[in-house]
Ligand binder design. Sequence first.
Ligand code: NAP
Length: 328
Amino acid sequence: MPATMTALFGGSGPGWVRREVPVPEPGPGEVLVRARAGALNNADASMLAAADPTTGGTGETYQAGFEFAGEVAGVGAGVRGLVTGQRVMGTTPGNFAQYVLTDHRHVLPVPDGLALEEACALPTGLLTEHGALMAGGFTPGMSVLITGATSSIGLIGVQIAKTLGAAGIIATTRSTGKRDLLKRAGADTVVITGGNDLTAAVLDATGGQGADVVLDHVGGQTFADCLRATRIDGAVVNIGRLDTARSSIDLDALSYRHLRLRGVSFGFTRAAELGAVIANAGDQLLPAVADGRIRPLIDTTLSFDAADEAAERLRSHRAHGKIVLSVP
Ligand SMILES: NC(=O)c1ccc[n+]([C@@H]2O[C@H](COP(=O)([O-])OP(=O)(O)OC[C@H]3O[C@@H](n4cnc5c(N)ncnc54)[C@H](OP(=O)(O)O)[C@@H]3O)[C@@H](O)[C@H]2O)c1
């Protein structure tokens, strides 16, 4: 084991900079992973912007990254079921580094045949979309509406809903050109938002009843429109605010339809709870990951040396799917 490693840090400019830092040692309950790849998330862009001192940010430096895949390099006391060399994927802040220290409950085994550069792009989507479906009370045979479904995690949500036996999956995008992408992922109905009435389209696709569970990645007016598109006693779970975090909702729709509104933000979830969400997702979804029913859409894979390019592509919102950094 080397004494030091290369890691990417934010907080000194618009992009990440490479730094040599000590390789951490796993304490009780922790696992050390030799990371081979990490995937970028929207949160990476907002953290870079918030810390960038050249544009009024805090200037506080931090080790970047949220999700990764690699091989177990060491385990701390009390860790069972993980062995050195085992391929794992996981989520933890600060994983854009050659070695990643994480809670052993926050990794899942990588099925054979799945490249680590693909696996690294799965943990956030798996745990978020599955966790949100469970928060919405999803059971097989229910219908699901997924807004912003072409987002990286939304596409995984469509595949998860299909895998778990959703009766009908309605997916939204603003782009006509992405209809086939959503169909291939498993959507039964694609609604192109913008010119079309989302509520009417969902009621039409569900025999006038509305969807049982809504996974909303968009917020704003879309979140408000989802309420009348949800079945009586159904649930709307807000996951993301791709449009805006402010929404003006119709409380009549909420009350008359006996709806449940939930929000999830797994980056702000306590370690043990997050571990339970990840374990549940793993139990139910790893067979589908292994046989290819659930796969991330990869936009680009770049080296650590091209981290600036990766950050710029993330900020551009031109990526279709995940941007992956391969770790040296
Ligand atoms: N709750 C959690 O724990 C959690 C975890 C991870 C991510 N998130 C959130 O989930 C959301 C999706 O994340 P991601 O990384 O998967 O996103 P992403 O891949 O960057 O999403 C890109 C897609 O979002 C759609 N989009 C962009 N701006 C939009 C707008 N104003 N209105 C409607 N759609 C818009 C576009 O789809 P079209 O062009 O096809 O319309 C675009 O292709 C983000 O808000 C993220 O912060 C939440």
